[in-house]
Each structure stands twice: as C-alpha cells, then as structure tokens.
Design a binder for this molecule. Structure first.
Ligand SMILES: *[C@@H]1O[C@H](CO)[C@@H](O)[C@H](O)[C@H]1NC(C)=O
Ligand SMILES: *[C@@H]1O[C@H](CO)[C@@H](O)[C@H](O)[C@H]1NC(C)=O
Ligand SMILES: *[C@@H]1O[C@H](CO)[C@@H](O)[C@H](O)[C@H]1NC(C)=O
Length: 566
C-alpha cells in the first residue's frame, strides 16, 4: 500500500491547469453566446429555425409548429397525442440553470444520432419534449398511475406535524404535548471522512443504501426523516437534490444537543445507530434482533435516532420479515418498486440534471427502442490516474457479449433499434465505445452480426469522478491529486447521480458486481432485467446471457445479498 500525500503541484502543472481552466471558461462563454444568438434568432426569424438548428433533411415535415411548454403540459395532462409536429435540432443545447445552480453540458451527440434512427412516430414523440428556448423538458413523472402506491400524502402530513412539534420542543413548550403522541425522528448522517480510517459514508451507492433504508424505517415507525451530508464530503445534499415532498434538512449538532439537553424529559431521548460496513449476517442481527417477526419500532426507542449507515435492508425485509410485507402491500409498496419509489419521493435532481436525464430517458423509453445499460467499473485506477488508462473494448468484450445475448433474447418485433448505453469510469473505454456508431468493423467485432446494423451506442459527456476522492486516495497512489472544493465537486457528484439514474431508466442492464450498478437495478423498479456479471472474468465469459435462468438467478433478492446489501 502506498501512502498518499496530497502533493502540491509544481508551478508548471499549476500553470497548465490554469490554462485549461481559462480555456474551459472561454469555451463556456462562447457556447453561451451561441445559445443566446440562436434563441434571439428563433424569436426574430422563426421561419429560419430549421436552418439555425441544422438538420434540413426532414423536408417531409411541413409544419413550423414548435410546441411550447404549456402545449406540452396540456398534452401530458390530457394524455392525447396531438398532431403537433416538430423538428429536432442538430444538437441539444443546455440552457443555463440559473445563478448558483448546476448546469450540465449539452447531452452527448450520440443521443440524437440514436433518436434519428428510431421509428418516425417515436422521433415525433421524442421531439415533443424539446423546446428550442427552454431546452429539454424537465418533468420526470412520479406516481401518475399509482405505480408507487398511496402512502405519500399521509407520510407528508406526518412529517409536517413532526416538524411543527420540533419547533415546539425547541421553544421548550412541553405543556402543549399533553395531548400529542411522542414526536419521533430518525436521521441519516454522513460525516466527514475521518483520517486513517475506513469509516467514510462511501460512494453514491453506499449513501443511497443508507439514506433510502433509513427512510424505509421512518415510514414503518411513524418517524420524521432527516438527512445530512457533511458540507465538504463532498458537497451538501441540498446542492445535489431538491426536496419535492418533505423537507429533510437538519443541523446534526443542533438536533443532538436539543435531544440530549433534558435527560429527565421523556419526550426527548437520543440514540446513535451505526451500521457502517456491516456484512449480511451482522446487519441481520441488528435489524432482525428478535428474528423475522421483529417490530422495527421496538428496535430503537429513543425519540431521536441518529443513523450512520451504508447498508440497505429493504428487499431483505420483503423476503425475510413475517410482519411487514402485508403492511407494505397495503401501502402499495413491493420488493420491486420500494427503493425507486422512496428515492424519487425524497430526492429530485435539480432542474439542469433533470433536463439532461430526460434527453436520455425519453430515448430509452421509446417503443421502437430496446435500451440496455452496460456498467463497466474498471478499477479506481482509471479514475485516480486517467493518464494511465489502458482500458479497451477488447479487454471488456465479455460485457458486450452478454449484452448482445441479452438483447437477442429480449428483442420483440416492435423493437426496430437497440440502444446500448455505457456507464464506466474509463474515458478511454467510453470514447472507443461511442466510436462504434461510425465504425462498422468495430460493431461487427463487438456487437455481433445479428445486432450490428440495428444498434446505436450512447454515452454521456459528463466528467468522471469518485465522490469520496480522499477515501480512494488512501489505497491508490494518486499522481495528480484533485482539489476538493464545492465548485470542483458539484459536477462530478451530479455525474455520478445522473449516470446512475440513467442506468435505472434503461429496459435492461448488464452491470459490474459492486454497489453502483446494483443501485440502478433497485431504482429501475423492475426485477429480472439486470444481469450482474461475476467478478471473475473467466466465469463472466462463460455465462450465456440469453438463458432465462441467468436473469432468474441474478434477481433483486440475489443482489440484496451482495456488497452494500439491499
Ligand atoms: C433546406 O431545404 C429547403 C427545401 O427542402 C431548400 O430549399 C434549402 O435550400 C435547404 N437549405 C439548406 C441549407 O440545405
Ligand atoms: C427546510 O428546513 C430548513 C431547516 O429547518 C430550513 O432552513 C429551510 O429553509 C427549509 N427549506 C425549505 C425549502 O423550506
Ligand atoms: C428503551 O428501551 C430500553 C430497553 O428496553 C429501556 O431501558 C429504555 O428506558 C427505553 N427508552 C425509552 C426512551 O423508551
């Protein structure tokens, strides 16, 4: 193991970085000017829109109608597809999200390349989500057909009541509780990464496991749910996510001192729970202390419970508990939908991230498209030292072989196109993968002759970063250390989230065995649509991913026994 030192760069390196920064800044300004110019032009010369936004090929489209947001809303509400036709631009630009808000880059060109090869009806449907001024539609529907059950309103109400009770506790107004039940709270806390210890909160998958499971506990025990990431580890949670339903923001120190300030007051007691890095059996002895009939309310009885966790127990509860599956079914929650429905209830990506996500999500959902997410975690080396990245399509061929077999097995007659979407920590692999769009010989070699003519390869252009770089630096010698600041980390953390959400929106997935791909499988709200390739390449290579027994084997229950559990 090589000890890591955050070496200060030489002056030369710093100058190089400064230059790159200036270049990036200049390019950003330039594209901003271009966007403004195009926007103005579309207002002043609407008939020239087509020329401005390129693509003059679709001369069969005559209407000049470009749907406005309100027209789109109307269509979504009424569910009636109107005959409004629109044109896709030659590239999808990304308007600024506003001051201080994260703005992703414009979606990668590979998205539109793939859209334009879909069925014409699908192209038109996709186009309805595009607005030349506002960019892509930011609406990600939630529970529009009751697919996430009907616990949300009741929980939102409970949460508000608990927050109101908290204000009275803070004010010391104890008398007013004579007719109230005891107000109960549970918080998820991610602290700073301690030096010389392996007790960080982990990457995004670990954190989501802890956060979503802690809410699951709150829902089943009538507690208000709160969540906090240490401000510099790596950014506040509030910068990454909006709060579409309940306000989970809290101050850990303030909350803890309030609930420890009056030891004799039965309304105020405090308890810490730590399940960081527990294995399957260890977590089982914590969560199901008294066996499968465990009542969670009896587990931790303090009025305020502070949880540190990177482990999940939702699917496990469905599989193992004799008490909760029936209660959960009444709420409309199942083993398949619980993780995704809770995640989307609590955490909404910010507007720029949602526009970016939707540009891909709407492609993945097209009827004529079978979308397959492929997640290849190479190792932390490619992220830590990208200058030494030696990953190639050849090296990771067995992932594509599995995806090819999976696609052939799942393809139905309405699937005219197959879209492969790659998520990886290697820039080099991502670039090579996208080149397959232009290179038939690469496609023949890695996608197979049956699929090569109908398959598009789609990637993002988001920066690739580990969200706990200090943690990685403990076991990898980082040659060019990153500066960890909020400005620096916001795009990287958003990338990790966006790519994970996207992986959950594809029809099928072939993933690496660690937590990241698995979380997307949980988020997808569907079972038997993910194949988790064995860690051992020889074993992974011998798998036949067209065999239904393979998807049957790597189901959600199986996944919930691995890594950060489930
Ligand atoms: C665009 O198409 C129109 C008619 O289809 C044609 O008259 C015009 O020259 C084309 N413009 C370009 C830039 O190709
Ligand atoms: C959420 O609660 C926090 C802490 O009580 C408060 O500062 C913040 O303004 C609230 N956020 C919203 C959107 O109401
Ligand atoms: C929690 O349970 C323990 C053990 O059963 C008990 O000693 C303690 O008084 C309880 N605390 C509260 C706040 O109910």
């Amino acid at each position: 193991m090589v000890a890591y030192q955050r070496a200060a760069g030489t002056t030369q390196e710093l100058n190089g970085l400064l230059f790159k920064y200036k270049l990036a800044k200049a390019l950003t300004l330039l594209s901003l000017v271009a966007v403004i110019t195009m926007t103005l032009a579309s207002v002043v010369f609407p008939e020239n829109l087509q020329q401005f936004f390129g693509d003059n090929k679709s001369s069969d489209i005559e209407s000049d109608d470009v749907p406005t947001s309100s027209q789109q809303d109307q269509q979504q509400k009424s569910g009636v597809k109107t005959a409004t036709e629109c044109r896709l631009p030659s590239s999808l630009h990304m308007p600024s999200s506003g001051k201080g808000q994260y703005t992703p880059p414009a979606p990668h060109d590979s998205v539109l390349k793939a859209v334009k090869l879909a069925h014409q009806d699908d192209i038109d449907a996709y186009c309805q989500h595009w607005d030349p001024v506002q960019g892509f539609d930011p609406v990600i529907p939630y529970n529009t057909h009751g697919e996430c059950g009907h616990w949300q309103d009741k929980y939102t109400e409970l949460h508000q009541q608990r927050l109101e009770q908290l204000e009275r506790l803070k004010a010391g107004d104890i008398e007013s509780f004579s007719h109230d039940d005891t107000p109960l709270y549970v918080s998820y806390l991610c602290k700073e990464v301690p030096a010389n210890s392996n007790r960080g909160c982990g990457g995004l998958a670990d954190r989501m496991s802890g956060m979503i499971s802690t809410f699951f506990y709150a829902l089943l025990t009538n507690r208000a749910y709160l969540a906090h990431w240490a401000n510099e580890n790596p950014i506040p949670l509030e910068i990454l996510f909006e709060q579409p339903n309940v306000n989970w923001t809290y101050q850990p120190n303030q909350m803890k001192s309030l609930f420890t300030s009056q030891p004799d007051n039965e309304l105020m007691s405090f308890q810490q729970v730590d399940t960081l890095n527990q294995n399957y059996d260890g977590l089982g002895s914590i969560m199901f202390r008294d066996g499968p009939s465990q009542d969670f309310a009896e587990l931790w009885n303090a009025s305020y419970v502070e949880v540190r966790s990177n482990r999940a127990y939702i699917i496990r509860t469905f599989d193992h508990s004799t008490h909760y599956p029936e209660i959960l079914a009444k709420l409309g929650l199942t083993k398949e939908n619980a993780f995704g429905c809770i995640a989307d209830y609590l955490f909404r990506p910010t507007i720029g991230a949602r526009k970016y996500i939707n540009a891909y999500r709407e492609l993945f959902a097209l009827r004529s498209v079978l979308s397959i997410g492929i997640q290849i975690r190479t190792n932390d080396q490619a992220l830590a030292n990208p200058q030494n990245d030696d990953n190639t399509l050849e090296k990771w061929f067995y992932y594509f072989k599995c995806a090819n077999e999976f696609a052939l097995a799942k393809k139905t007659p309405h699937h005219q196109r197959i879209v492969y979407f790659l998520v990886t920590d290697s820039h080099k692999l991502r670039d090579e993968f996208e080149q397959m769009n232009e290179d038939a010989s690469l496609r023949a070699k890695y996608l197979g002759v049956e699929n090569m003519e109908v398959t598009s390869t789609v990637v993002t252009n988001l920066p690739l970063e580990h969200i706990e770089p200090d943690q990685v630096a403990k076991y990898i010698d980082v040659e060019i250390p990153l500066e960890v600041s909020r400005e620096r980390m916001t795009p990287g953390v958003n990338s990790a989230m966006i790519e994970n959400w996207l992986l959950g929106y594809t029809d099928l997935r072939v993933i690496s065995p660690q937590g990241y791909g698995k979380m997307a499988a949980f988020h997808s709200r569907s079972d038997h649509t993910t194949i988790s390739l064995p860690r051992l390449p020889s074993k992974a290579k011998s798998l036949n991913c067209a065999d239904p027994k393979v998807t049957g084997y790597y189901d959600l229950s199986w996944l919930s026994h691995q890594w950060s559990l489930g």
